[in-house]
Design a protein around this ligand. Structure first.
Ligand SMILES: NC(=O)c1ccc[n+]([C@@H]2O[C@H](COP(=O)([O-])OP(=O)(O)OC[C@H]3O[C@@H](n4cnc5c(N)ncnc54)[C@H](OP(=O)(O)O)[C@@H]3O)[C@@H](O)[C@H]2O)c1
Length: 326
C-alpha cells in the first residue's frame, strides 16, 4: 500500500509517498481501507521531530480516518467486511490501509461522506474533553476559545454555543472572526490588532470569563490567568507559541483558579475508548441532527500531504484540512 511518512525531521518537503506492507490487524482491530484522513496541527509538529510517536505506533502520520472495513480480528464484535467506519487512531492515517481498535471505530452515519466523517474524531474529542470534561463549561458561563479558526476552535465554538455558553474567540484575521460568528461566537478579537485580555475585560464589563481554552501557551499564560473569574478554569490544549512561562501563584490562590493540561494521543487505549463513548453519547446525536458540524476547509489527494502541511502552516485554513485516498 502507499502511505506518507516524514523521511527525516524538517519542513513539509520531508513528507514522501512510499510503498509499505499493509498492517495486520490484532485480534481486537479492524483493517480499514482508508478513504479520507484528517490533517492535524500535531502532524506538523511530529514531522518537525518535536512530538515523537508513542512506543509501538506506526511511523506513518495521521490520527483519524474514515473508510471501509477490509478484515476484522478474531475477537472483534459488531463489525464486518464492507462496513463504513470512522475513528481516532494512534498513527497510520495517511495511508491506503490502516488498523483501528474496534472499540474506537464508529459506524459512519447514513448520508455522511468519508471526508465529513474523517473531519470529526480529533477535533470533537479534543474540544469535548477539554471544554467539558476538564473545563466543566456549563450553560450560562462564558468561555474564551483561542485560535477560533482552528479545527479544534471551530468545533469548540459550536459545542459551547450549543449548550448555552457565551463564546468569545481570538483569531488572526477579520474573516476568521466573521466566520466564527456564524458558528455561535458572540465576539471575536483579532489578536494581531488588539490585546485580547483588555478586550475580554471590556466585553465582559470587567468580569472576565469562566473558562479559557488555550492553544498558544507561554505568551498568553499571564493574560489567560488575569481574565479568569474567581473559580475560573484554564485548559492548556496546545503550545503553538511556546511552553515556558511564569505564573503568579497569588492570582491562583486569591481567585481559586484551576489549570488543566490535556494531550490525547499518549493516553492508554482504555481512556481513549471512554472518550469515544462520551462523544457518541453527547455529541454524535447533535452532529447527526445537523445542529453542529465538522467545518471542512479543504480536501486534497493523499499524494499532496506536503501541500496540505504547507497550507496548514500558513495559518490560512478555517476548520479542517483532509486528505482523500483514491
Ligand atoms: N492536547 C490535545 O490532545 C490536542 C489535540 C488536538 C489538537 N491540539 C492542539 O490544538 C491546536 C489546534 O489544532 P488544529 O489542528 O485544530 O489547528 P489548525 O487547524 O492548524 O489551526 C491552528 C490556528 O492557530 C493559529 N495560530 C497558530 N500559531 C499561532 C500563534 N503563535 N499565536 C496565535 N495563534 C496561532 C492560526 O490561526 P490564526 O489565523 O488565528 O492565527 C492557525 O490557523 C494545536 O495547538 C494542537 O496541537 C491538542
Amino acid at each position: 500500500m502507499k502511505a506518507i511518512i516524514a523521511t527525516e525531521s524538517g519542513g513539509p518537503e520531508v513528507l514522501k509517498l512510499e510503498e509499505f506492507p499493509s498492517p495486520s490487524p490484532s485480534p481486537t482491530q479492524l483493517l480499514v481501507n482508508v478513504k479520507a484522513a484528517g490533517v492535524n496541527r500535531v502532524d506538523t509538529i511530529q514531522r518537525k521531530g518535536s512530538y515523537p510517536m508513542p512506543p509501538g505506533e506506526s511511523e506513518i502520520l495521521g490520527l483519524e480516518i474514515a473508510g471501509t472495513v477490509e478484515r476484522v480480528g478474531e475477537n472483534v464484535t459488531g463489525f464486518k467486511q464492507g462496513d463504513r467506519v470512522f475513528g481516532l487512531i494512534g498513527s497510520g492515517g495517511y495511508a491506503e490501509q490502516t488498523v483501528i481498535d474496534y472499540r474506537m471505530a464508529m459506524p459512519i452515519p447514513e448520508g455522511w461522506s468519508f471526508e465529513q466523517a474523517a473531519a470529526v474524531p480529533e477535533v470533537f474529542f479534543t474540544a469535548s474533553e477539554t471544554l467539558f470534561t476538564f473545563g466543566k463549561l456549563s450553560a450560562g458561563e462564558t468561555v474564551l476559545i483561542h485560535a477560533g479558526g482552528s479545527g479544534v476552535g471551530t468545533t469548540g465554538t459550536q459545542m459551547a454555543h450549543q449548550i448555552g455558553a457565551r463564546v468569545f474567540i481570538t483569531a488572526g484575521s477579520a474573516e476568521k472572526i466573521e466566520r466564527s460568528k456564524t458558528l455561535g461566537c458572540t465576539e471575536g478579537i483579532n489578536y494581531k490588532g488588539a490585546d485580547f485580555a483588555d478586550e475580554i475585560m471590556r466585553l465582559t464589563d470587567g468580569e472576565g470569563v469562566d473558562v479559557v481554552q488555550d492553544f498558544i501557551g507561554a505568551p498568553y499564560l499571564k493574560r489567560n490567568l488575569a481574565i479568569l473569574k474567581p473559580r475560573g478554569r484554564l485548559v492548556v490544549v496546545g503550545l503553538m507559541g511556546g511552553s515556558t512561562g511564569e505564573i503568579d501563584l497569588g492570582i491562583i490562590l486569591r481567585n481559586r483558579l484551576q489549570i488543566f493540561g490535556s494531550v490525547m494521543r499518549a493516553l492508554p487505549l482504555e481512556d481513549k475508548i471512554r472518550i469515544t463513548e462520551r462523544f457518541i453519547d453527547r455529541w454524535l446525536p447533535l452532529l447527526k441532527e445537523g445542529k453542529i458540524n465538522a467545518i471542512i476547509d479543504t480536501v486534497m489527494p493523499l499524494s499532496q500531504a506536503r501541500e496540505a502541511h504547507e497550507y496548514m502552516e500558513s495559518n490560512r485554513n478555517f476548520g479542517k484540512i483532509l486528505l482523500k485516498v483514491e
